[in-house]
Design a protein around this ligand. Structure first.
Ligand code: PGA
Length: 253
């Protein structure tokens, strides 16, 4: 049985002290009343990972993800972090292709495909992000847009490797805007994504793939989104910075 996932992407927020406080509060709430049907992932900035890994030793329900990785093994890439470093720091997941990285750091589909390979070869689970901008949604081109991202970023993988990938559908117009995709819009896109995956990897692999929704997900809309047939959890930005909101979302299945 595939497990739902809630991942909290802090982006470039929280000092170390703030981060430690936030994770301690979340971990305490989860330990007091465990949520067994959900995989919980905290995705802080790189620099907090090792300290948070130590803190989380006592809380096996919560694991760590990174917000990005480099596509090379090692070498002269000043300022970059490799997937082997992440793995050795207690990280299990890595977000690849977040729309902010595509937009502000010019990350192309081709680059993201190499990052996916790099993550998989070092035992990290990629959380591969896709999603259309508002202009594309307004002209009803969202399916083609997202299918191209998926085809270019993932369809070089073998079926076995594809089976290790998590997908996050995040319409860009919903990220950090307070505007969430309606339940109908989310289900329609998640179903279309699953069908696209099935066209390459077959029905079974597509059914087993976890497809998360991201974009202004919060306690007030999480239940409705997670009840949808093809939504297997959430990638949470803003609401993951508040411990009570994040735990509320985790308890929304
Ligand atoms: P948001 O961000 O929840 O603040 O909209 C989601 C994301 O960017 O992953």
């Amino acid at each position: 049985m595939k497990k739902n996932i809630i991942a909290g992407n802090w982006k470039m927020n929280n000092s170390l002290d703030d981060g430690l406080k936030l994770v301690s509060e979340i971990a305490t709430m989860i330990k007091e009343d465990p949520v067994n049907e959900v995989e919980i992932i905290i995705v802080p900035p790189f620099i907090h990972l090792t300290v948070l890994d130590k803190l989380l030793q006592d809380y096996d329900q919560i694991c760590l993800g990174a917000q990005n990785c480099n596509e090379h093994d090692s070498g002269a890439y000043t300022g970059e972090v490799s997937t082997a470093m992440l793995k050795s720091s207690g990280v299990d997941y890595v977000i690849i292709g977040h729309s902010e990285r595509r937009a502000y750091f010019n990350e192309s589909d081709e680059l993201l495909a190499t990052k996916v390979n790099q993550a998989l070869s070092n035992g990290l689970t990629p959380i591969f992000c896709c999603g259309e901008p508002l202009s594309v949604r307004e002209s009803n081109g969202q399916e083609d847009f997202v299918f191209t991202q998926l085809t270019n970023g993932l369809f070089h993988l073998s079926e076995e490797s594809f089976g290790k990938v998590v997908i996050a559908y995040e319409p860009i117009w919903a990220i950090g805007t307070g505007v969430t995709a309606s339940a109908a819009q989310a289900q329609e896109m998640h179903k279309a994504i699953r069908n696209h995956l099935a066209s390459k990897y077959g029905q079974k692999a597509a059914k087993n793939c976890r497809i998360l929704y991201g974009g202004s997900c919060k306690p007030s809309n999480a239940k409705e989104l997670f009840a949808l047939d093809d939504v297997d959890g959430g990638l949470i930005g803003g609401a993951s910075l508040n411990p009570a909101d994040f735990v509320d979302i985790i308890r929304s299945f």
